[in-house]
Write a protein that binds this ligand. Structure first.
Ligand SMILES: C=C(O[C@@H]1C=C(C(=O)O)C=C[C@H]1O)C(=O)O
Length: 180
């Protein structure tokens, strides 16, 4: 069964240290803790809505994070509070990570990827890269569809490493996140 992912175009990323981030934006984008935990601390019922998870071809600037790998799984989700989408997240990981018995990535379903990653004792995370999307980007259009709101959507990405495996996680902060 082929999956229709929502991400249809890559983003331009830059190291967070080079970006001029307003203070509240910085507080959200550069928080190194679990975004799932951060959302769960807000009012409302938290849920992960799975858009899709399948073997697929990442964008070139995602593949370049895994120079030795050739086959990948892509996972896209919406993190919601009371059914309102707060975060659109896209994760890319090699098949080897999907098959790793301790990571349980292949069976995640609507469980949060973060709950699996942040339970790993040897977890490390790279420096954040950030992006601010143009209104024409597909993810900005997604936000308009959900929230009838035009904003330059902020995103961040980082590379998690655990058990010799790597997971590239990109998270896009939709307009209910209090940074707009
Ligand atoms: C990495 C985390 O996991 C979150 C959940 C995701 C998922 O279930 O696919 C993807 C990205 C994150 O927003 C986290 O909670 O920090």
């Amino acid at each position: 069964m082929s999956v229709e992912f929502l991400s249809t175009e890559p983003c331009d990323w830059q190291l967070a240290t080079h970006a001029q981030l307003p203070p509240l934006t910085r507080e959200w984008l550069l928080d190194e803790g679990s975004l799932t935990a951060k959302l769960r601390a807000l009012p409302g019922d938290f849920a992960v809505h799975l858009i899709g998870q399948a073997v697929a071809t990442p964008f070139a600037n995602e593949r370049s994070e895994f120079p030795q790998q050739t086959h990948f799984v892509i996972r896209e989700v919406l993190l919601t509070l009371d059914e309102q989408p707060f975060i659109f997240a896209r994760s890319v990981f090699p098949i080897s990570a999907a098959e790793h018995k301790n990571l349980n990535l292949a069976e995640l379903g609507t469980q949060s990827l973060g709950q699996s990653l942040f339970n790993q004792p040897d977890l490390t995370r790279s420096t954040f890269e950030v992006t601010q999307l143009p209104l024409t980007h597909g993810i900005s259009q997604l936000n308009r569809l959900f929230h009838d709101c035009d904003e330059l959507i902020w995103g961040r990405r980082s590379l998690f490493e655990t058990r010799g495996q790597s997971v590239l996680v990109s998270e896009f902060f939709l307009t209910p996140v209090p940074i707009y």
